[in-house]
Design a protein around this ligand. Structure first.
Ligand SMILES: Nc1ncnc2c1ncn2[C@@H]1O[C@H](COP(=O)(O)OP(=O)(O)O)[C@@H](O)[C@H]1O
Ligand SMILES: [Mg+2]
Length: 300
């Protein structure tokens, strides 16, 4: 049966961003998306990396992606974004795939009018048809990432639990600041997700402590462990839930999805439910992270 978006607000768009490669952006996009779809939400993944890893992890390999329009064609206005959307093996989970063509967009759009707004314009047509739209960003802060942050309602930062985890974060925070001053003043923080945690090393524990100390409640309680099943499932074109439901990686992403939905609970409440005067603040209010303060964050 066709899954329809449940909630009254237009789909919330979350960009998974970190200009470092190999920190778990794609793995987190795909597996959070699948977990949310299994929680009965209607989800669209936008593959915004020319490497097309999110597409292939969702079963659309390079050849399949190239057999129809991709997100590149929508970005340059050749087709509507809805024409690029493909179903996946998970009910309620859809992907707008990417392939190497997307590299061209960085160059072709440079001279275009309102070049930062292309994704925002393209997504408007379908935004309210999904509960959440997750964008898998490329490992750079170039024009594609700027488009993602301009279109997004919030951004989520996957951080690998390793020594240089915080390196480059001030540059990312600067970029966020510039976007807020120019193309997207309403860009919110969705939080920080610790990935590839290896509990056997002191270092990983130190990184977790350090990040929590500096970023407090912005950091998700759910931590994604280093788990070989997570690295395997992508090459089989499956999210972890369809590959090894008993793995630690699977439990971690399901727990992340629960936490994500709890944080977004307020947003999901239909606007028609009246709030009682003097009512205690709901869960979402309690767990909403404090503002991502560039001034403090940049000191790290
Ligand atoms: N929690 C994890 N445990 C083990 N391997 C992981 C985990 N998360 C990601 N990987 C692997 O690490 C590599 C980089 O992850 P990926 O999600 O592609 O990062 P990014 O999108 O930031 O470049 C991939 O080969 C992926 O399969
Ligand atoms: Mg990636």
């Amino acid at each position: 049966m066709e899954k329809t978006a449940k909630i009254a607000h237009p789909g919330k768009m979350v960009a998974l961003i970190n200009q470092k490669g190999g920190v778990g952006k794609t793995t987190s996009t795909v597996n959070l998306a699948a977990s949310l779809a299994l929680a009965d939400r209607k989800i669209l993944v936008l593959d915004f990396d020319p490497q097309g890893n999110a597409s292939s992890a969702l079963g659309i390999d390079r050849q399949a992606a190239s057999s129809g329009p991709t997100i590149y064609n929508a970005l340059i206005g050749e087709v509507k974004l809805s024409e690029t959307v493909r179903p996946t093996e998970v009910d309620g989970l859809f992907v707008s795939p990417a392939n190497a063509d997307l590299t061209g967009a960085e160059i072709e759009l440079v001279t275009a009018f309102a070049r930062e707004m292309k994704l925002k314009a393209a997504i408007a047509e379908v935004k309210d048809q999904y509960d959440y739209i997750l964008i898998d960003c490329p490992p750079s802060l170039g024009l594609l990432t700027v488009n993602a942050l301009t279109a997004a309602d919030s951004y989520l930062v996957p951080l690998q639990c390793e020594y240089f985890a915080l390196e480059g974060l001030s540059q990312l925070i600067n970029t966020i600041g510039l976007i807020r001053q120019s193309t997207n003043p309403n860009l919110k923080e969705e939080g920080i997700l610790l990935t590839m945690f290896d509990g056997k090393t002191n270092l990983a524990n130190q990184v977790v402590d350090e990040v929590r100390k500096h970023f407090g409640e912005q950091v998700y309680q759910s931590v994604i462990p280093r788990n070989v099943r997570l690295s395997e499932c992508s090459s089989f074109g499956k999210p972890i839930m369809l590959y090894d439901v008993n793995s630690k990686g699977c439990s971690a992403y399901l727990s992340l999805a629960n936490e994500f939905l709890a944080r977004n609970q307020q947003l999901e409440m239909p606007a028609t439910i009246p709030t009682m005067a003097g009512e205690a603040p709901g869960l979402a209010t309690k767990v909403t992270p404090p503002p991502f303060n560039p001034a403090t964050a940049a000191e790290i």
